[in-house]
Write a protein that binds this ligand. Structure first.
Ligand SMILES: *Cc1c(COP(=O)(O)O)cnc(C)c1O
Length: 400
């Protein structure tokens, strides 16, 4: 193994996070409590919409299950999403017993194609009882999907009997301020991730956000065992702490204060992290725009720049993406590939027999060219330069 010169990611942790965690440890109340409430408040504020209700959860995956469940996704109906995502987006629908209808991505971005969504909706609307309950766009790399079009499709195909919800997978899109508002406040529900490599982290964690009070109430109940009161409330209110009712078979998806404390410190610096990532992304863009074997990542207003999705041009190189990636690793660069389209996975291709690379040419094409390169707030100028020089060097050596 080559010595790592630039890691793929390193969480930006300071004394502020350390002090917050110690404070929780010393308080004697380690699980969901005042820090989680504070984190939710700060997060709502960061989404710049006073009507947003944020609920802290222990992962994006948990949040996605809560969001889908609250929107009525269940056995016998379906959601539309993209094959170009992390597997949890689609798996959550399966946990609830629903089917997944996949729509290919746009030709040049990594985001779900509204035209493909409409094809599915049109076909579905001809069924005696339409199946689609939700559309789940994923803002890949932090570049926000065509939400205007997606919202208008959801509205167009909703009926009195069947409302179609839009649930944004915002695992990459914080903060992402577009003309329609922040990602996560545009659709019916937004689901964020604070996994360690994401734009802010709590080690593991997530946030689920909505302006719909009914959805918020359902998600609050289902987040904690289907209880009508939170544990924090039970132990801090003057009413007898042992009293509660169970109104549904709920989950155990709450975020403990030990992790929420890290989130409070992180969310305050989210804008600063964003500026730092964007600056690095622009340095990459500037350098790579001069290289004929690199295609720049897609970009649009509000891009959170969670990932730098570097695309190699196969027609200009003698080596494949896999080989290019391996060369980068050999030079000590931490890299990754986001994402392996879901039709490459055993479970998914066995589940749907027409779920193949041939039927999703755009997803397959982007996947075959893409390498995620290091992009994190604390990257030094030397690190950025080393990444650029290494890409140049490999490209030069294997140029056609
Ligand atoms: C990371 C990620 C998730 C899952 O987030 P967790 O917090 O680990 O559950 C979901 N969707 C996308 C697009 C992701 O990148």
């Amino acid at each position: 193994m080559a010595e790592i010169k630039v890691p793929f990611h390193k969480a930006a942790i300071t004394k502020e996070e350390e002090d917050a965690v110690l404070d929780v440890l010393r308080s004697g109340w380690l699980t969901t409590g005042k820090y989680a409430l504070e984190f939710e408040k700060l997060f709502s504020k960061a989404l710049k919409d006073e009507n947003i209700i944020s609920l802290a959860v222990n992962s994006n995956t948990s949040g996605m299950i809560l969001a889908m469940e609250a929107c009525g996704v269940k056995s016998g109906n379906a959601v539309i999403t993209t094959p170009y995502t992390f597997v949890s987006t689609a798996a959550c629908a399966r946990h609830l017993g629903a089917d997944v209808f996949f729509a290919d991505i746009e030709k040049d971005s990594y985001n779900i194609d509204a035209v493909k969504i409409e094809e599915i909706l049109k076909k579905d609307s001809k069924r005696k009882k339409p199946l689609v309950k939700a559309i789940v766009p994923v803002h890949i790399g932090g570049n926000v999907c065509n939400m205007k079009e997606i919202l208008s499709l959801a509205k167009k195909y909703s009926t009195k009997e069947n409302k179609i919800y839009v649930i944004e997978d915002c695992a990459h899109a914080f903060p992402a301020l577009t003309d329609l508002g922040c990602a996560g406040s545009i659709g019916d529900v937004g689901v964020f991730s604070f996994y360690v490599t994401k734009t802010i982290t709590t080690a593991e964690g997530g946030m689920v956000c909505t302006k719909d009070k009914k959805i918020a109430k359902r998600m609050t109940t289902m987040r904690l065992h289907g209880m009508d009161r939170s544990t924090w409330d039970r132990y801090t209110s003057p009413k007898a702490s042992w009293e509660y009712d169970i109104i549904a078979p709920g989950y155990k998806f709450n975020l403990p204060d030990l992790l929420a404390a890290i989130g409070c410190a992180q969310v305050k610096r989210a804008e600063k992290f964003f500026e730092q990532r964007k600056k690095i992304a622009m340095l990459y863009n500037q350098a790579f725009s001069k290289l004929d074997f690199i295609q720049l990542p897609p970009d649009s207003k509000g891009n959170a720049w969670h990932l730098y999705l570097m695309r190699i041009k196969p027609e200009k190189l003698k080596i494949s993406r896999d080989e290019f990636a391996k060369k980068m690793q050999e030079e000590g660069l931490g890299i990754s590939v986001h994402f392996i389209p879901l039709f490459h996975f055993t479970y998914w291709k066995q589940l749907y027999k027409d779920f193949t690379a041939e039927n999703f040419p755009n997803a397959e094409n982007q996947y075959s060219k893409t390498i995620s390169i290091p992009l994190f707030p604390d990257m030094t100028k030397d690190m950025v330069e080393y990444v650029i020089e290494t890409v140049k060097k490999i490209g030069k050596e294997y140029h056609k």
